[in-house]
Design a protein around this ligand. Structure first.
Ligand code: GDP
Ligand code: MG
Ligand code: ZN
Length: 305
């Protein structure tokens, strides 16, 4: 009898006890880390591309290798030190806000964008409920900051095809405040599609332990949605205060132009970022968000710095 021993490749879609669910060309399998890989492999997360060794007659495949990660979403460990990987290879984070009902909370949206930037994951904004209020002021604010903006109405369907196209064949996270219309939008993209988590409450939940792991949800037209609590824990992932300005794309090119190399862009003289704000090149409410987040980071305990 010939046994097919060719290495099988797949993507981890969920942790399942001590094993992982792995999607492969030949369907879904369960796999565990074995032998040498167990010692040499970093903590495996959803989105990881793994090489499997089929075990003839066995129920569990062995994971013998993990591909290099294109991106890595990490979250801080509650009351611990350092970070914990949440999901690998996310292509884009979509931050959804409504034009109204609930009113957009700019600082919350900016916070989510900063989390994406800090993890070096591209981010885009979805301005939903365009049927309720003029979406342009909000859309313009984020475009000016350098983000791609999708303007949608899950109710009328306007803008949904463009949003659906942006999800196709990619690995995406959809996040944003509760009530913004995430579930409605995802349902408009694919009926029945829903996330267990992903809602972000206005209240900042810090240091709260969550046992819910990330799960990859397949899209019928190709691609995956990462259903992850990583983004609803809106802590700032151990960003150093001095790195914060680089998480605002429109501020990035000005870093280094300030008079003082250690400028915090708060009240320092000859600050290029404050100057750009006074000239209208940077939105004043983006600088407000920067300062709120900076104060939060500077108040964090030493071990996060
Ligand atoms: N008018 C209008 N209502 C919407 C739109 N999208 C969602 N909603 C409504 O807003 C409420 C919250 O939507 P939901 O999808 O549950 O938001 P989520 O908390 O972000 O998942 C629901 O009552 C939806 O019917 C939209 O584009 N326009
Ligand atoms: Mg929802
Ligand atoms: Zn400055």
């Amino acid at each position: 009898m010939v046994t097919d021993t060719a290495a099988l490749r797949g993507m981890v879609v969920e942790r399942d006890g001590s094993a992982y669910r792995v999607a492969t060309d030949k369907g879904e399998v369960r796999a565990i880390l074995r032998g040498k890989a167990r010692r040499d492999t970093p903590r495996i997360v959803v989105g990881d591309e793994v090489t499997l060794e089929p075990e003839p007659g066995g129920e569990l495949h062995g994971i013998i290798g993990v591909g290099e990660r294109r991106t890595l979403l990490e979250r801080r460990v509650p009351e611990g030190r350092g970070t914990r990987p949440v999901a690998a290879n996310i292509d884009e984070v979509f931050v959804v806000t409504a034009t109204a009902d609930p009113p957009p909370i700019l600082q919350l949206i900016d916070r989510l964008l900063v989390v994406a930037e800090a993890n070096e994951i591209p981010a885009a904004v979805v301005v939903n409920k365009r049927d309720l209020a003029d979406p342009e002021p909000l859309a313009r604010r984020f475009r000016r900051a350098g983000y791609t903006v999708f303007v949608t109405s899950a109710t009328s369907g306007e803008g949904v095809p463009e949003f659906a196209a942006a999800l196709q064949d990619r690995i995406a996270v959809v996040t944003g405040p509760s009530g913004a219309g995430k579930s409605s939008l995802l349902n408009a993209v694919q009926p029945g599609l829903s996330l267990r988590v992903g809602a972000v409450s206005e209240k900042v939940r810090r240091g709260r332990h969550t046992t819910v792991g990330a799960v990859m949800i397949p899209l019928e037209r190709g691609g995956w949605l990462v259903d992850t609590p990583g983004f609803s824990e809106v802590g700032l992932w151990g960003i150093e205060p001095r790195e914060l300005a680089s998480c605002f794309p429109e501020m990035r090119p000005l870093i280094g132009e300030c008079r003082y190399p250690d400028c915090r862009h708060v009240s320092e003289p000859k600050c290029a970022i404050i100057g750009a704000t006074e000239h209208g090149d940077i939105a004043a409410d983006r600088l407000d968000s920067y300062r709120v987040l900076l104060a939060e980071l500077e108040a964090e305990p030493e071990e996060w710095e």
